[in-house]
Design a protein around this ligand. Structure first.
Ligand code: GUN
Length: 285
């Protein structure tokens, strides 16, 4: 193997340790950052994510409260909870775990969260601020992706970056953030023609498609930075990324593993946003 492994777990751990120190200092000033996590229904993957987020809060010293609502919750009940959390001074960040059950209007729910408490960075106000480069909450996974690239020490200026996937949660925001770092960015998706050829031009390749091991080693430019956002559960119950790690790691310069790459960064960035929200609420930032 030639690629250096980007250890997202270790990076996430060091960010969380820095945050723990910062939270202790805030508590000394009477400020305890607070996160409300809302989960509707009993999706097993969402349950695991929510538990991980609560555990991370406890580790860092952030107060967290869970609002677990039954799958049949009505839209208005959910909106009422969000409005109540918007008004709660102990809560600085609100996270509604997605996906929501089909009968609920995800957009309406996200749009009801106070943008100053939107630690997921999904509210259109924060998305807009991100696009025009104003201070905002950055969405956690894209922020984590950029942080991992930053830590390779590679300057993105003038580099060719290719993002596979155009979701609102990952692909689109990652593309915007890479652009802000002066990369030349191509966004690929299910209708893109000759995807492998485009990928071969990438100095930085970000895969966020949700198809196990779709990106092969011979799609990768030698020495490229490969960031794998995919989390796909195989028939063998193991986790697989969107990149075929065994072949890609022979060619890439840097690569993230799955698990242990981007995943842990998402939670670290959520903690960071929550601490930032608490500081802003108290006029400290
Ligand atoms: N579901 C999958 N990823 C995310 C995320 O980053 N935030 C929320 N709220 N739900 C998710």
């Amino acid at each position: 193997m030639s690629a250096k492994i980007i250890d997202g777990k270790a990076v996430s751990q060091s960010i969380r340790e820095e945050l723990r120190t910062e939270v202790a200092a805030l508590k000394g000033r009477g400020i305890t950052p607070g996160l409300a996590v809302v989960i509707v229904g009993d999706d097993p993957a969402s349950r695991v994510y929510v538990n991980n987020k609560k555990r991370a809060c406890a580790e860092v010293g952030i107060y967290s409260e869970e609002h677990a609502l039954p799958a049949g919750t009505r839209q208005e009940e959910l909106l009422e909870l969000v409005r109540r959390l918007n008004q709660d001074p102990a809560i600085h960040g609100i996270l509604v775990q997605l996906p929501l059950p089909d009968h609920l209007d995800e957009k309406a729910v996200l749009n009801t969260i106070d943008p100053d408490k939107d630690v997921d960075g999904f509210h259109p106000v924060n998305v807009g601020r991100m696009v025009v480069g104003e201070p905002c909450f950055l969405p956690c996974t894209p922020h984590g992706v950029l942080e991992l690239i930053r830590r390779t020490g590679i300057d993105l200026t003038g580099k060719r970056a290719v993002v596979i996937g155009r979701s609102n949660i990952v692909g689109k925001p990652v593309a915007i953030l890479l652009l802000q770092q002066n990369a030349t960015v191509t966004v690929c998706h299910s209708k893109t023609r000759d995807l492998p050829a485009i990928c071969r031009e990438a100095d930085v390749l970000v895969a966020a498609v949700g198809r196990a091991e779709m990106v092969k080693g011979d799609w990768i430019k030698p020495g490229a930075v490969v960031i794998d956002v995919g989390v796909n559960r195989g028939g063998d119950h193991k986790l697989y990324g969107d990149v075929e790690f065994a072949s890609a790691s022979q060619v890439a310069g840097y690569i993230t593993p799955v698990p242990g790459g981007v995943g842990p960064m998402t939670i670290a960035m959520l903690m960071k946003n929550t601490v930032q929200a608490a500081k802003r609420a108290h006029g400290l930032e």
